[in-house]
Design a protein around this ligand. Structure first.
Ligand code: ZN
Length: 321
């Protein structure tokens, strides 16, 4: 029987997306459930197995028609063994052999990788990285993640943790970061720190557009609010994006010099700030990277949005099955 299906899972800190995908491209059906209030690992694993079985049943797809299941998780993974080293911001997931657990319960081949690696793979095959051989992917959100496609393949490193663009140090004396380092990129451009920076800048400025849009409440300030203020022409908000772009640009200039990529694809919520952010990133890269690789690289927004991770998980499953 010809196998044309894969099951893809994008496991996040707030929700899990599970999809049945045909030919690594066509999402036939999708289910989303919250992972925020789940009562632990066992409950989540049970929920996943039930969802997979019901998706297959609904679409009348037999397990013998499924190539494999691919799953992306927010944290470092031992790709070969299918063991989660740990999950970022989710407790109780240290050294969990999820591949063995899920393949035992579902009777499917299972492949697990870091979520941003799979976003990179999705964008590379079907999105903004299509047609390249060397591509770097960066995602901007609460965490700042990355993925490297080198010579047409996902590069995982010596024990599969490569691509952590968010933890490139950009300041020798910078503040401590959750990863154990200091002055990492994420410490300046992660959602939480962006918002903190905005709060600091609007101190003593009661007429600030950001504060107005937040209904006068500091606690309501978010990257979306900063974005709206900047789109309304607010100088302070525009300044935040320009500064954010300089931090990102400095880190990317280093990557451009090391890897000489053709394209850098940037996604995630903060990337929606658009041209003001991208212009600042591009300008910084052109000023700070070496001339020849800086001339070559194109820095572009991601194309696939929320679906990149699922498509990447599907590609991972198919490539390894
Ligand atoms: Zn760090």
């Amino acid at each position: 029987m010809q196998k044309r299906y894969t099951v893809a899972i994008d496991l996040g800190g707030t929700n899990a997306k599970i999809a049945l995908i045909k030919d690594e491209k066509e999402i036939l059906s999708k289910e989303v459930f919250s992972t925020k209030d789940y009562q632990g690992r066992e409950v989540l694993i049970k929920q996943i197995t039930e969802s997979v079985n019901s998706l297959l049943k609904d679409k009348k797809v037999k397990k013998t028609q499924v190539k494999a299941l691919g799953i992306g998780v927010p944290g470092p993974v031992d790709f070969e063994k299918g063991v989660i080293y740990q999950l970022t911001n989710v407790k109780g997931w240290r050294d969990v052999p999820l591949k063995r657990i899920l393949s035992g319960k579902l009777k499917l081949k299972v492949y697990i990788d870091n979520d941003v690696n799979l976003i990179a793979l999705g964008e590379y095959k079907h999105g903004a990285g299509k047609g390249t051989k060397n591509m770097i992917c960066l995602t901007l959100g609460t965490g700042v993640g990355g993925g490297l496609i080198l010579d047409g393949r996902l590069y995982r490193g010596s024990n599969f943790t490569a691509g952590e663009v968010g933890h490139i140090p950009v300041n020798l004396q910078g503040p401590k970061c959750n990863c154990g380092g200091r002055g990492c990129l994420e410490r300046y451009v992660g959602n939480y720190y962006l918002v903190e920076r905005a709060k600091e800048l609007i101190k003593g400025k009661p007429n600030s557009e950001i504060l107005k849009l937040a209904g006068g409440r500091l606690s309501k300030i978010s990257p979306e609010i900063i974005d709206r203020a900047s789109k309304a022409g607010d100088k302070l908000a525009l300044g935040i994006w320009q500064e954010t772009g300089r931090y990102i640009g400095v880190a990317l200039a280093g990557l451009v010099n090391v890897f000489n990529p053709e394209r850098i694809v940037i996604g995630g919520g903060v990337a929606l700030a658009g041209e003001v952010l991208f212009a600042s990133i591009r300008k910084t890269v052109s000023l700070r990277a070496m001339e020849a690789p800086a001339r070559k690289v194109k820095i572009v927004p991601a194309k696939l949005g929320d679906e990149a991770g699922l498509l990447g998980a599907s590609i991972l499953a198919a490539e390894n099955s």
